[in-house]
Design a protein. Structure first.
Length: 269
């Protein structure tokens, strides 16, 4: 069976406080984007994982897809499968591609083996794999809190808007991004901004707290954001802890010629 794990952007990202366990409490809106990887899982005589497309950092044995399989095998004694991932979403981009692959592995295994795991339980499994993974169990925008694994419904709707995503050859480690963070309570909650304020006003009040420190270390990312605004974006921001930058446009536009030597995606939401 074949599925197409999507990526996500963050509409705002507030770092509220550091927790006793070393993580940070945050507030964000995860929004799904149809830039996808391709994931195939079939029954096999022995467990295997292969990949093509973009290179995936780290050992294949530590891949999140295999970790997702191991989680379910521990509880359900799954038969072996062959997993193949064709990687199109850039890694280290703040787009959650690896988290999406892991979540869709859980979803596909649940279907292949007819495990009948509830969505609530699937979210619990996904949260064990990473903070963003739980979001990809459902195919809709969600507000995220805690480490990002506590999800709630939102009415945010960008249907019909045109999205441009730009990912230069820059890697921002999560540790590096958090090193420049000073947690604080924002003046307005994300729900107030996203629901009560017009999209045209987001430029003034919708903020990704990682931008200040990441842009200081990687000024090219700031330049991309500024260029997206100069080309007519209604709103532009870095996604997650970087290093991709997105722009939301009212109408479809061909901006690929404006951005050379970068990973680029555009399409309707």
């Amino acid at each position: 069976m074949v599925v197409f794990p999507p990526c996500k952007i963050n509409l705002g990202l507030h770092i509220l406080q550091k927790r006793a366990d070393g993580y940070h409490d945050l507030e964000t809106c995860f929004y799904p984007v149809p830039w996808t990887d391709i994931l195939e899982i079939i029954p096999s005589r022995e467990l295997s994982f292969t990949s093509t497309g973009n290179a995936i950092p780290g050992s294949a044995l530590d891949n999140l897809c295999l970790r997702a399989y191991a989680l379910l095998k521990a509880d359900f004694g799954l038969e072996p499968v062959a997993i193949h991932l064709h990687k199109l979403i850039p890694t280290g981009a703040g787009l959650g591609g690896g988290s999406s692959d892991a979540a869709y592995t859980l979803r596909l295994l649940n279907e292949i083996f007819q495990l009948k795991i509830t969505q609530e339980k699937m979210v619990e499994y996904a949260a064990q794999l990473g903070s963003d993974c739980a979001f990809f169990i459902q195919d809709k925008p969600m507000m995220g809190s805690g480490r990002g694994e506590i999800l709630s419904a939102t009415e945010v709707n960008l249907s019909g808007k045109f999205l441009v995503l730009v990912k230069p050859d820059i890697h921002v480690s999560t540790a590096e991004a958090y090193a420049g963070i000073f947690p604080k309570k924002p003046a307005f909650s994300l729900t107030e901004i996203l629901i009560e304020k017009n999209l045209l006003s987001w430029k003034e009040c919708l903020k990704n707290d990682f931008e200040d420190s990441v842009f200081f270390n990687f000024p090219m990312l700031r330049s991309i954001k500024e260029k997206l605004y100069s080309l007519g974006a209604l709103y532009a921001s870095m996604s997650g802890s970087g290093s991709s930058v997105f722009g939301i446009f009212e109408n479809e536009c061909d901006l690929k010629p404006e951005f050379n030597n970068v990973s680029f995606w555009s399409g309707k939401l």
